[in-house]
Write a protein that binds this ligand. Structure first.
Ligand code: URA
Length: 407
């Protein structure tokens, strides 16, 4: 028999749900003892009365984000589902498997919709003109548009905007955020919106960044692709802001993922040795990867490197493009087929393209060579020595296309 009735201010009232959850889960009130409901339009829900003996608790950030994502779905029992997740964590009971599956599915849908929403917004705003204000219609089956309202307003467009959604609309009149039935939206506080399912970086934000430091900082919060959720951290490029040579690998490996720096594991050590032999100081260059997160399969305690796929390469492309745009290197060295295909925009056979200068669209000289881990995988000493010498020769060739300082 329910012993608590919680009335939330509106259908995606994250702040109200979180306040009630802090109180109820802190008192170990089981999910089936709670009825969640939403106030009728125009009705103000009663102020919550905290119960006694509430124990404070902490929730991992990812779990709270998951709950926030579910609250953006339109599942009728979303508040109960999200509460069940938190309750299980607080009480140390196993979460209900079916509920967990539904939570994951709902959160995935919300993330997909968020991504589509942002893509559609860019098109719309580019079309109508960002400064003049804009309006559009969107068919959304989640509350992702609502949760992205702050993002739309502050990060994309301070000009007024209006989104017409199924059975509701959301708009920013330049001063207030309004939400409600078509033609009659009422003021809504940004504070009661759930956090967006995806972080606040988009292709458009990335294009606006003008320093390597800022772009590296922004990439730290990137969760555009699922790899970002699995990896320890974003491994961004590093090196001299004025570097004239830029090296691009595939993706960070296990060691890079833990250290947060590119090319520091076995492939990195071999790369360092070859650079030295080619008389290139790594500290004068900029070293990065096509994909900024480690992709792996877990086998027991081991994390086995998995090749980055087309989607991940595409998701990471704005970061690599920003590094190139800001750094404007003279020479771009593509280490392996993943980097070469991503940068040349076509399938690449290393044997055919390596060891010669390639003129790139932006005036940079490109050089394709093997990835250092290819050398590590060679089975015999003779081929390792031969291929290593070819690799060093490619690095020398690349360096020879750097203009001397002052020219
Ligand atoms: N392989 C890469 O492509 N990049 C790294 O940073 C490490 C290994």
């Amino acid at each position: 028999m329910p012993s608590a009735v919680i009335t939330l201010a509106h259908p995606f009232d994250f702040a109200g749900w979180r306040a009630a959850t802090r109180d109820l889960a802190g008192r170990h009130v089981p999910p089936d003892a709670i009825t969640w409901q939403v106030a009728a339009p125009g009705e103000t829900p009663p102020a919550p009365v905290p119960g006694e003996n509430c124990q404070p608790f902490s929730i991992p950030r990812e779990m709270m984000q998951m709950a926030a994502d579910v609250l953006q779905s339109m599942l009728p029992d979303r508040f109960a589902l999200a509460y069940g997740l938190i309750y299980a964590h607080v009480t140390g009971t196993p979460p209900d498997a079916t509920a967990l599956e539904r939570i994951n599915e709902a959160a995935d849908t919300v993330r997909t919709e968020t991504r589509h929403l942002r893509q559609n917004l860019f098109t719309l705003m580019k079309h109508e003109g960002e400064d003049a204000g804009w309006s559009g219609t969107l068919d959304s089956g989640t509350y992702a548009p609502e949760s992205n309202a702050r993002f739309i307003t502050y990060q994309l467009s301070l000009a007024p905007w209006r989104l017409v959604l199924p059975e509701r609309e959301i708009c920013w009149n330049g001063t207030n955020l309004l939400h409600g039935p078509h033609g009659a939206p009422a003021p809504l506080s940004f504070g009661c919106l759930p956090p967006p399912a995806l972080p606040l970086v988009t292709d458009l934000d990335i294009e606006r960044i003008t320093s390597l430091r800022a772009v590296a900082l922004a990439a730290k919060t990137c969760l555009i692709c699922p790899m970002a959720r699995q990896a320890t951290q974003t491994v961004f490029g590093e090196g001299q802001p004025g570097a004239r040579m830029m090296f691009v690998g595939e993706q960070p490996g296990d060691r890079e993922d833990l250290a947060g720096r590119p090319f520091v594991g076995p492939a990195g050590q071999l790369f360092d040795r070859a650079l030295e032999e080619a008389e290139i100081r790594r500290e004068d260059t900029y070293v990065t990867n096509t994909v900024k997160h480690f992709k792996f399969q877990r086998r027991g305690t081991r994390r086995i490197h998995e090749k980055a796929g087309r989607d991940e390469i595409r998701a990471c492309a704005p970061w690599l493009a920003a590094e190139r745009r800001i750094l404007r290197p003279q020479v771009l060295v593509m280490l392996g087929a993943t980097a070469a295909s991503a940068l040349l925009g076509r399938a690449v056979t290393i044997g055919r393209e390596r060891s010669r200068p390639i003129g790139l669209d932006d005036g940079t000289t490109g050089v394709v060579t093997v990835h250092p881990s290819f050398l590590l995988r060679l089975p015999d000493e003779a081929s390792r020595a031969r291929e290593y010498a070819r690799f060093v020769a490619d690095l020398r060739l690349a360096a020879s296309h750097v203009m001397p300082a002052g020219t």
